[in-house]
Design a protein around this ligand. Structure first.
Ligand code: FMN
Length: 188
């Protein structure tokens, strides 16, 4: 039996009824047998980036977050689109860790998913994430993509994914990501 690929999931939304959190939870439960997905420590307590604060010592929530990312074989970002781009809170957390000497995302396989209320939301956020994260030398996973549009229709009252097409997309993406991570990490 092959070692499981350990994926850390990061949700870009903090709101209670977040569709992206529902999507992340769906991915956790739909992970292939060879993959385990766990949620990352919270990024919400990370302060707004300030070089002077960094100089005074890394804040504990930043190091906890960075350590978890470093330990993962791969990272799954599940992110809403804010103003045709990425949500600032999560971007701020990534800005912090990008300044670390042993940069946690360097050479890390990364895959993105998004859920949005409308038709197009998510596609632009994914492109914006890609643009930023390749600057940190991540290994960006391209396809299959996961974008859950019209999200209100795709989850039930309990926040469970009820849409078969989205379920199939997630399964196909995670299966592809497992292969990608194994190839890059040599984990078998
Ligand atoms: C600050 C802000 C900006 C947004 N900008 C966009 C946008 O550019 N495109 C879009 O499709 N939806 C946009 N939305 C709507 C969100 O995609 C939608 O509320 C989504 O459900 C948020 O994700 P969540 O459910 O995980 O919290 C925006 C929402 C907020 C709060």
């Amino acid at each position: 039996m092959a070692d499981k690929v350990n994926v850390l999931a990061v949700c870009g939304s903090l709101r209670k009824g977040s569709f992206n959190r529902m999507l992340m939870n769906a991915s956790i439960s739909l992970a292939p047998e060879g993959m385990s997905i766990k949620e990352a420590p919270p990024w919400a307590p990370i302060p707004i980036y300030n070089f002077d604060e960094q100089n005074a010592g890394w804040p504990a929530p930043v190091t906890a977050w960075a350590d978890a990312l470093r330990a993962a074989d791969g990272v799954l970002i599940v992110s809403p689109e804010y103003n045709w781009s990425v949500p600032g809170g999560l971007k701020n957390a990534i800005d912090w860790i990008s300044r670390m000497k042993e940069q946690p995302l360097k050479d890390k396989p990364v895959v993105v998913q998004s859920a949005a209320g409308g038709l197009l939301g998510g596609a632009r956020a994914q492109l914006a994430w890609r643009q930023s994260l390749v600057s940190l030398d991540v290994h960006w996973f391209g396809r299959p993509e996961v974008i859950v549009s019209f999200a209100a229709q795709k989850f039930d009252e309990q926040g469970k994914l009820k849409d078969q097409t989205a379920t199939d997309m997630i399964k196909a993406q995670l299966a592809g990501f497992e292969k990608y991570v194994r190839k890059l990490t040599g984990k078998n």
